[in-house]
Unconditional design. Structure first.
Lengths: 77, 480
C-alpha cells in the first residue's frame, strides 16, 4: 500500500467511510421511495428517480441497479 | 535593480544556490527548483509514473487549455539539485506565474474559488483514475483574478480501495477557514498566517455554537470530524486496510467531492459595512480632482511599459486599472478585506488576468513563515515593483499606523521602485479626522516641508501637482 506523504488521519478516513455510507443510504432510500410510489401506482415502474449529484453509487446502490451492464456506475446529471 | 521576481526569490529565499526551492520539501516524489527565470520540477521514478499518467490524460490537456492548470512540459535538464530521496528520474518545466501570493492574503471569495478549482480538478481527475495527493491552497496561484493550479506533482494514480488521503488537509486549509468566516464572520487570514497547517476540526468546533451545528456541513465535516479525530488520535488501527477490505469505492470519494463542491459553492461572507467599503461614495475629492489625479497617474503609467506595478491602498482599484493599461502585471493591495473581496469579484467577472487583488496591510506585510522562515516568503521577496502607486494612503500609514514618514519612504526606496505618491496635508479633512482621534499636537513631523525633504533625499521628483485647493499634492519620482 502506498503511503501518502501527509497523514490522512484515522478519524478523517473513518469519517469518509461514514459520509460514503450516508450517501449510499440516501440512494437506497430514494430507490425504496420509488418502489413505494410504484406500488401505489403513482409512478410507472420504468420511471427512474433522478439521482442527485450528492448521491453515491456505493455497494448498496450497485446492488439496486444503478450500474449499467459494463459494471460502471451510471453517469450522474 | 533587477525587477525579475526569480532573481529576488533566489536572493531573498535563502536557499542554497542551485538547490531546491526552500518551500518545496514535503513531497519526496516531486520538488521544485529555479534556474534564473525558469521554474523546474524534479520527479522521482514514482513521481515520473504519476506524471506520465497525468500527461496522457484528457484532463491535463483540457485543464491547461482552460488555464486551470499551469503549463508544464518535460525537459532535458542535466543539473538537478541533490536531495531527492529516491533520485531524479525526470525534470518538468512550468510556466511562471506573475506573482506568488498566499491564502492569508486572499479575501474570502478568492479562497472559495481556489477551493472550487481544487475540487473540480479532483473530480475530473477521478474520472480518469487520477487523484490529488494533497489539498492545500498553496498549490493554487493566480493569473490576475483567475486561479491556476500549480502543483502538477500533486496528481497521482488512484489506488483502488483507498479513501482521499488529503480530505483532512482540505478541511484544515480550505473548508474550515471558509466555514469560520462564512458562519461566524471571523476572518481566517490572521489564523492562516499563524498556522500554515490550517484550522483543525477540534479548534473550529470550539468556536462554533450549538446553533451552528445545524448549519450546512458543520455536523459532519466539523463536529463529527473533531470527535472522530479525538477518539482515534492514539489509535493503532489499520484504518486504511480495513477500508480496503470493506470495499471502499472510488464512487464514495466522488460522492464526497461532489458534496464538498455543493457545500463550498453555497458559502458566502457578508462583511457588513466597513470603514472603506463605501469609500467611493464618501471620498473627499471633487470629480474634477479625481479626473486630474487619474490623468496624472495615466501620464506616468504611459511613459514606458512596466513589468510589475504595486498599488498600495488600492481601494476600489481605479488606479490599478489605469496601471494595467501599460504593465504586464499589477498587484493591488488594501488592508480592508471587504473592499478587496468586492474588487476581486468584479475582476473575476470581467475575466481579468493582469490585476491581482490582495488583502495586505502595508504597515504589517506578510513575513517569511514556515520551516526556517523560508517556506512562505515575505511580500517584498516575491517580486519587486518597478512602479508603485501610493495614493491617499500615506496619512493612514503615518497617522493610523504610526510608521514615521521617512521610514516608509526608505522602505519604498529599498524596493527600488519608481513612485507616484500623494501627500494629503494636515488641513485635508480626512487627515484632520485622523489627527482628531489622537492627542493634540500628535505627529508634528507629518507636514509638507519635512515630507518633501525626506522624499527628495531618497527620490528624484520629476513632476508635482496640487489638487483639492492645495490639501493634496501628487508627486512622480524615481529612486536616486
Amino acid at each position: 500500500m502506498k503511503l501518502a506523504y501527509i497523514d490522512p488521519g484515522s478519524g478523517s478516513m473513518i469519517l469518509q467511510m461514514i459520509l460514503g455510507g450516508l450517501a449510499a443510504a440516501a440512494v437506497f432510500l430514494k430507490m425504496f421511495w420509488h418502489r413505494v410510489l410504484v406500488f401505489l401506482h403513482l409512478r410507472k415502474p420504468d420511471e427512474r428517480p433522478a439521482t442527485t449529484d450528492g448521491a453515491a453509487a456505493g455497494s448498496p446502490a450497485s446492488a439496486n441497479g444503478t450500474t449499467d451492464r459494463s459494471g460502471e456506475p451510471v453517469a450522474k446529471r | 535593480m533587477s525587477p525579475s521576481p526569480s532573481a529576488e526569490t533566489a536572493a531573498a529565499g535563502g536557499a542554497a544556490p542551485g538547490g531546491f526551492d526552500p518551500g518545496s520539501f514535503r513531497d519526496w516524489d516531486s520538488r521544485v527548483f529555479l534556474r534564473g527565470d525558469r521554474v523546474f520540477r524534479a520527479l522521482s521514478p514514482d513521481g515520473l509514473t504519476d506524471w506520465e499518467a497525468l500527461a496522457s490524460s484528457r484532463l491535463f490537456g483540457e485543464a491547461v487549455a482552460e488555464g486551470k492548470v499551469v503549463g508544464t512540459e518535460r525537459v532535458e535538464e542535466a543539473a538537478v539539485p541533490e536531495g531527492l530521496v529516491h533520485g531524479s528520474a525526470a525534470v518538468l518545466e512550468h510556466e511562471r506565474v506573475p506573482f506568488v501570493s498566499y491564502p492569508y492574503e486572499w479575501p474570502f471569495s478568492m479562497l472559495r474559488d481556489a477551493a472550487l478549482l481544487q475540487l473540480e480538478l479532483l473530480r475530473r481527475g477521478l474520472e480518469e483514475d487520477l487523484i490529488l495527493k494533497d489539498s492545500t491552497p498553496y498549490n493554487v496561484q493566480w493569473r490576475g483574478a483567475k486561479p491556476v493550479f500549480v502543483d502538477v506533482g500533486s496528481f497521482e494514480r488512484f489506488h483502488p480501495g483507498e479513501p482521499w488521503a488529503a480530505y483532512r488537509q482540505f478541511c484544515l486549509l480550505f473548508l474550515n477557514p471558509l466555514l469560520l468566516q462564512a458562519y461566524k464572520g471571523v476572518p481566517y487570514r490572521p489564523w492562516l498566517r499563524g498556522s500554515l497547517d490550517g484550522i483543525s476540526p477540534t479548534d473550529l468546533r470550539r468556536v462554533l455554537s450549538f446553533r451552528d451545528l445545524f448549519r450546512r456541513g458543520v455536523l459532519t465535516h466539523v463536529a463529527l470530524h473533531a470527535r472522530l479525530e479525538r477518539k482515534h488520535a492514539e489509535s493503532r488501527r489499520d484504518v486504511k486496510g480495513e477500508l480496503k477490505r470493506a470495499g471502499f469505492k472510488k464512487e464514495l470519494v466522488v460522492a464526497n467531492v461532489r458534496g464538498l463542491e455543493k457545500l463550498v459553492r453555497r458559502l458566502d461572507w457578508e462583511p457588513g459595512r466597513t470603514e472603506w467599503n463605501a469609500y467611493g461614495a464618501t471620498t473627499s475629492y471633487t470629480d474634477a480632482d479625481a479626473v486630474r489625479k487619474e490623468g496624472f497617474v495615466r501620464e506616468v503609467v504611459h511613459r514606458r511599459p512596466r513589468e510589475l506595478v504595486w498599488d498600495i491602498g488600492c481601494n476600489e482599484g481605479r488606479h490599478s486599472r489605469i496601471a494595467a493599461e501599460n504593465a504586464r502585471f499589477v498587484v493591488s493591495m488594501d488592508a480592508d478585506e471587504a473592499v478587496v473581496d468586492r474588487y476581486y469579484r468584479e475582476l473575476a467577472a470581467e475575466g481579468s488576468t493582469s490585476i491581482l487583488p490582495l488583502a495586505v496591510n502595508v504597515t504589517d506585510p506578510s513575513p517569511g513563515l514556515g520551516w526556517r522562515g523560508l517556506e512562505r516568503r515575505p511580500l517584498d521577496a516575491r517580486g519587486r515593483p518597478d512602479l508603485t502607486l501610493c495614493l491617499a494612503v500615506l496619512h493612514h500609514v503615518a497617522i493610523s499606523g504610526n510608521v514615521p514618514v521617512p521610514e516608509f519612504l526608505s522602505w519604498l526606496r529599498e524596493l527600488g521602485t519608481e513612485l507616484v505618491i500623494e501627500f494629503p496635508t494636515r488641513e485635508d479633512p480626512r487627515v484632520a479626522a485622523l489627527l482628531a482621534r489622537k492627542r493634540e499636537g500628535a505627529h508634528p513631523d507629518y507636514d509638507l516641508e519635512p515630507f518633501e525633504r525626506a522624499l527628495g533625499e531618497r527620490f528624484q521628483v520629476d513632476r508635482r501637482e496640487e489638487l483639492a485647493g492645495g490639501t493634496r499634492i501628487l508627486y512622480a519620482a524615481r529612486p536616486r
